[in-house]
Design a protein around this ligand. Sequence first.
Ligand code: IMP
Ligand code: MG
Length: 170
Amino acid sequence: MEIKTLINEKDLTSRIQEVAKEIQEDFNGEELVFICILKGAAFFATELAKNVTSSVIMDFMKVSSYSGTESTGKLNFTLDLSQNIENKNVIIVEDIIDTGRTLSYLKEYLKSKKPKALKICTMLDKKERREFKLEPDYTCFDIPDKFVIGYGLDYDEKYRNMPYIGYIEQ
Ligand code: IMP
Ligand code: MG
């Protein structure tokens, strides 16, 4: 088993800085609430927040989705929001979008809390895997359909602390 590099640390962090600036400009320096989806987005959300100079309030959610027999799908919240987001500029910060299931349900749930703005920022997007209609507002990198690890992403809870994005070559 060999780990290959898909996105090196330098390219990754400089792209995160660019996206942070873009978000800051889009909101004219207004206060933002970042909702970091645990555990995968932890590394990305902190790096993104560090590169925004306007006020950023951090919140964390842990969500898992059921599909299986339930055609409607349902979210299981292991950790819910710790504050009221009504009338706030909310950015959902995610590590990777794959089928889009998690975020499409999460977005509906958060919309019902009446934020002023609700945007999605993802570090990685595997567009060709999409099953649910969902378009992120900010994407650092579109990637091919490979199982990736590092910078928060795990394989069996391991590799999250790799400072770059890699994939496993069997
Ligand atoms: P979705 O609901 O199908 O979009 O699933 C997204 C979630 O699946 C992400 O938040 C990750 O936790 C996980 N995931 C999808 N692709 C990968 C990958 O290549 N590596 C690690 N985790 C992944
Ligand atoms: Mg995740």
